[in-house]
Design a protein. Structure first.
Length: 119
């Protein structure tokens, strides 16, 4: 499985961006995706969790999201979008998507997409 994240860019404080993550690969592998999630890593900080959608459809968010970000699936099982509203400079980070695969202890990570929010 390979992951392609897109949608990052430059925004001003208060604006919105929408990230997308698409998983590709052999259908048997795609069908074994158990969860898809978004993480971020700000400059000089550790990577932190943003949101995860599990196979059954439930989506969980980090406490700090506080309703500003919404994860969703377009309809295709191998996508996860992240709508980010009311962006703040502290949201500046590289945003990564990752998937868990049934039967595997190792998550697969995408290359990340940079979000820069100016004040």
């Amino acid at each position: 499985v390979q992951l392609q994240a897109s949608g990052g860019g430059l925004a001003q404080a208060g604006e919105s961006l929408r990230l997308s993550c698409v998983a590709s690969g052999p259908i048997p592998s795609i069908s074994r995706i158990s969860r898809m999630g978004w993480y971020r890593q700000a400059p000089g900080k550790q990577r932190e969790w943003v949101a995860t959608r599990i196979r059954a459809g439930r989506i969980s968010y980090a406490d700090w999201v506080q309703g500003r970000f919404t994860a969703s699936r377009d309809g295709a099982k191998n996508t996860l979008n992240l709508q980010m509203n009311s962006l703040q400079p502290e949201d500046t980070a590289v945003y990564y998507c990752a998937v868990g695969i049934l039967g595997s202890d190792t998550d697969i990570w995408g290359q990340g997409t940079l979000v820069t929010v100016s004040s």
